[in-house]
Design a protein around this ligand. Structure first.
Ligand code: ADP
Length: 345
């Protein structure tokens, strides 16, 4: 069977092109033309491809007929894309040329980069309280050796720093647990009304200490969704605690549960759970990034309030696991409203 090589290229979903023995591009399929330019066919490969590693690989393959791998970077719509490139010899009537194919591996690069950033962030978050602890230990052993009142004060601060590390580690563990289970949708029936009542009850003391009023608006009948009760409780706790932490004295945090008939965003029947506060709100530019790990609007305030910067990231993963939707709305100065939609079945 003799099939023209350029026809075969058209059947390939990856960008691919053929370079002839005379070093000109003999054929390029549609994805290759989209990646490298419409007019590349018949151009010399050096002017069409321009990246030294790729040019070396092609020259080498044309010279000795052995396949090579390399990388290719392209700047596409402001985003940098990374391609793994395979350069393979191709026997043609006019002499041996090469086939070049490009596999988009940008998502792998992004994952590697995200993992690197995450490790750097975690290290930084742990190093800050550890540095403080070491500083106070040295003070207690040295200058404050004979100062019991000072020692007691430093020990209180050290306790706070140690508790910050405990919270951080606990949040990291819940995040990794939720991520590990994210593909498995939970199925236990959970009564959200009961869950809201129990969670708010558990938070009464910290709310009243902060001068914040907790309000619940729940339907009379039970509202059951398939879910993981511990994780849904964590969602509510994180959101209500944020309301208490950031809204400050004299504010209120309201948890509202309602069952709209049909929820277009879920393409089915859904439950709406809203946590709204009357605090200072969040400026619009921060809203899209709030659920990123360690993203904080005001790092100083978050740390001062004992925040780990992971609360909303955990919420997002739990909502995803429940096949729900999460939205944060806020108008600076007028409070923050977090809306969660959960499918009823
Ligand atoms: P943190 O542990 O810092 O509270 P979160 O992931 O829960 O981390 O929240 C991320 C950031 O979003 C917080 O640092 C805070 O700046 C902001 N934020 C969250 N909830 C509220 C809220 N109800 N009102 C104002 N700002 C909020």
């Amino acid at each position: 069977m003799q099939v023209p090589a350029d026809h075969m290229l058209e059947a390939m979903p990856l960008p691919a092109l053929i370079i002839r023995r005379d070093e000109r591009i003999g054929a390029a399929n549609a994805p290759a033309r989209a990646l490298l330019g419409r007019e590349i066919v018949e151009r010399h490969f050096i002017t069409a491809l321009r990246q030294p590693d790729l040019l070396d690989a092609i020259e080498g393959c044309l010279r000795d007929g052995t396949a090579r791998r390399t990388d290719f970077l392209s700047l596409n719509a402001r985003q940098e894309m990374t391609y793994r490139v395979l350069v393979v010899p191709l026997p043609l009537a006019s002499g041996t040329g090469v086939v070049v194919s490009f596999e988009d591996v940008s998502h792998l690069e992004q994952t590697v980069q995200m993992r690197r950033d995450f490790v750097a962030n975690v290290s930084h978050e742990l190093r800050t309280p550890l540095t403080a602890l070491i500083g106070f230990i040295e003070t207690i052993k040295g200058p404050a050796r004979n100062d019991p009142a000072g020692q007691a004060r430093f020990l209180d601060i050290m306790e706070g720093e140690a508790q910050r590390m405990v919270r951080l580690v606990a949040d990291l563990l819940s995040l990794s647990r939720v991520e590990a289970e994210e593909r498995v949708r939970p199925s236990d029936p959970v009564d959200l009304g009961d869950l809201v009542r129990a969670t708010l009850h558990g938070l009464t003391t910290i709310a009243s200490d902060a001068g914040v009023t907790l309000v619940q608006e729940l339907p009379d009948e039970p509202v059951r969704v398939p879910g993981d009760p511990d994780q849904l409780r964590q969602v509510l706790t994180n959101l209500v605690e944020n309301g208490i932490k950031y809204a400050g004295g004299d504010a209120s945090v309201t948890v509202r549960l309602s069952v709209p008939d049909f929820e277009p965003r879920l393409r089915g029947r859904g439950v709406q759970l809203v946590v709204a506060d009357t605090g200072p709100g969040i400026e619009a530019i921060h809203l899209p990034r709030l659920t990123e790990r360690f993203y904080r609007v005001d790092s100083h305030r978050s740390r001062e309030k004992g925040g780990t910067g992971l609360g909303l990231a955990i919420v997002k993963h739990i909502v995803n696991r429940h096949r729900g939707r999460l939205r944060v709305d806020s108008t600076g100065g007028e409070g923050t409203t977090v809306t969660i939609l959960l499918p009823l079945e």
